[in-house]
Design a protein around this ligand. Structure first.
Ligand SMILES: NC(=O)c1ccc[n+]([C@@H]2O[C@H](COP(=O)([O-])OP(=O)(O)OC[C@H]3O[C@@H](n4cnc5c(N)ncnc54)[C@H](O)[C@@H]3O)[C@@H](O)[C@H]2O)c1
Ligand SMILES: O=C[C@H](O)CS(=O)(=O)O
Length: 476
């Protein structure tokens, strides 16, 4: 019998009239069922959050204690949570374990930040006529935060929304991706164990077009924090009007391998970071621009590293590349690669599909209007592009509508810093690829990759309003 999970609203575990199946993404068998939220439950979750926000104003230290406790509980329940992610997302077990460690850190950093929320002094007395005044700002929570998350990091990307929202003193309604809802419900159990008052964290499961749409249209939600595709992000922006909005969207990450790069370091790094979780990471390496002078040796080393990746069952602790989130997604990747090859690209390795598992693939001689280059592939596919002049290369990198993170491998400081100034991204990694993130850093994109930053310190700024307090004093 498959496992069964309930919604979490106002501190209660709720059953509804409808359920949805959650597939084991490798075997494609149903492994659990989850109750689905209808209009009534979405409304209940938002009103519970609204009244909990008004009735349970936790002190910064209480918020610190609860978040610290959740951080500890995540570590304590690491194995169960990692296996849940492996089953519902198909993420290789070793990468799922890393995700739990990172989530625990995200909660720990958010707990610490809860004690550091502060405003600043404002020198209003410097304005003529205001000599008797003093002013400062405080930061106040926004109220109800609506969080909508993607499938690819079912715990850590949820943590990046929920932990700072609670640290800032808000209440949260979370809608996780419908492919991976169970991890979020397990997180709710941990919040309950950590003593979070009922209603401050609610989890409702259902499709984006129904549950997500209703959330977007509810003006009791003061701030939306969304991670997902640019297509849905745009819809949110158009629907949520003047409400605050943090958008963490897609990318087609560029990495430049300069003629003065450590070629071995670059090749090994790119092989790891282009294919982790089958390339379904928003900062996964997709476009690799290689200087023509080192192209041959880089290509050989890259292919050696890619061919040594273990592909297959995500439950095997040695697996590097497991299934994609759905067979249809693997079919799409296969089709995009085929289209590129039909139009003159050279397939260096990969290209085959077995159900939802798509082999790590490297294509060469690509053209910039091929989908594998100009769209976000979100699959284990890397394209190699030769260049001879750094300025031309950067101009081509910047032609992308996206700008989340990028990377450059070079031992030449001048070229590294030149790229740092010129490449249009939210974060540029030097001697690392685009896929570098630790959870305390500011993280977010420019252009179609979104707006607003994550990283607990930065999210807390977004999730609080600055209020100015002015004292009109009499002469003592
Ligand atoms: N920038 C980042 O930090 C980051 C991180 C992870 C993933 N992503 C991006 O996410 C995408 C992959 O994730 P995905 O397939 O889950 O994305 P998605 O946009 O399909 O879904 C994301 C979430 O939005 C919900 N949703 C869908 N339609 C909606 C609607 N009409 N109204 C409200 N909510 C709706 C989904 O149910 C899900 O919970 C990729 O583009 C990837 O780059 C970005
Ligand atoms: O998928 C995109 C994520 O933001 C990557 S990470 O978990 O933050 O490294």
């Amino acid at each position: 019998m498959s496992e069964q999970y309930k919604l979490y609203i106002n501190g209660q575990w709720i059953e509804t009239d409808e359920t949805q199946n959650v597939l084991d993404k490798y075997s494609q068998n149903t492994y659990a069922t989850v109750y689905k939220a209808g209009e009534k439950q979405v409304d209940q979750a938002i009103s519970s959050a609204e009244s909990a926000f008004q009735n349970h104003q936790l002190s910064p230290y209480q918020r610190y204690e609860i978040l610290k406790k959740v951080s500890e509980l995540l570590s304590k329940n690491k194995e169960d949570l990692a296996q849940t992610i492996t089953r519902e997302a198909g993420k290789p077990l070793k990468q799922a374990r890393t995700e739990i460690d990172r989530s625990s850190q995200t909660f720990e950093v958010a707990a610490e930040e809860a004690k550091r929320i502060s405003g600043e002094g404002v020198p209003v007395e410097a304005a003529p006529g205001s000599e008797n005044r003093m002013a400062f700002t405080i930061r106040v929570p926004v109220g109800v935060v609506g969080a909508i998350s993607p499938f690819n990091f079912p715990l850590n990307l949820v943590s990046h929304k929920v932990a700072p929202a609670i640290a800032a003193g808000n209440a949260v309604v979370l809608k996780p991706a419908s492919a991976t809802p169970i991890t979020s419900l397990k997180l709710a159990e941990l919040f309950e164990e950590a003593g979070l008052p009922a209603g401050l964290f609610n989890v409702i499961v259902g499709s984006g077009s129904v549950v997500g749409q209703q959330m977007m249209e509810d003006d009791r939600i003061q701030l939306y924090t969304f991670t997902g595709s640019a297509k849905v992000g745009l819809k949110l922006k158009q629907t949520t009007g003047l409400n605050k909005l943090i958008l963490e969207l897609g990318n087609n990450s560029p990495v430049i391998v300069d003629k003065e790069a450590d070629v071995e370091q670059a090749a090994n790094n790119i092989a790891q970071k282009g294919f982790a979780f089958a390339g379904q990471v928003c900062i996964s390496v997709q476009r690799v621009y290689v200087h023509e002078e080192i192209k041959e040796s880089f290509q050989k080393k890259l292919l050696d590293a890619v061919k040594s990746l273990n592909v297959g069952d995500p439950n095997d602790p040695d697996t590097d590349v497991g299934p994609m989130i759905a067979e249809t997604e693997a079919e799409r990747a296969e089709q995009w690669v085929k289209e590129a090859v039909d139009n003159g690209a050279e397939l260096l390795t990969g290209g085959e599909r077995n159900g939802p598992v798509f082999q790590p693939t490297v294509v060469n001689n690509v053209k910039k209007d091929m989908k594998v280059v100009c769209e976000e592939i979100f699959a284990p596919v890397i394209s190699l592009i030769s260049y001879s002049n750094l300025d031309d290369c950067i101009a081509e990198v910047n032609e992308s509508p996206y700008g989340l993170q990028g990377g450059i491998f070079t031992q030449n400081l001048d070229r590294a810093f030149y790229a740092a100034r010129k490449v249009e991204v939210g974060g540029l990694m030097i001697n690392d690829s685009s896929q570098y993130r630790v959870d305390l850093m500011p993280y977010g994109g420019v252009k179609d990759s979104g707006s607003g930053k994550e990283g607990p310190k930065y999210s807390i700024e977004e999730m609080t309003n600055e209020r100015l307090i002015v004292l009109n004093l009499k002469n003592g």
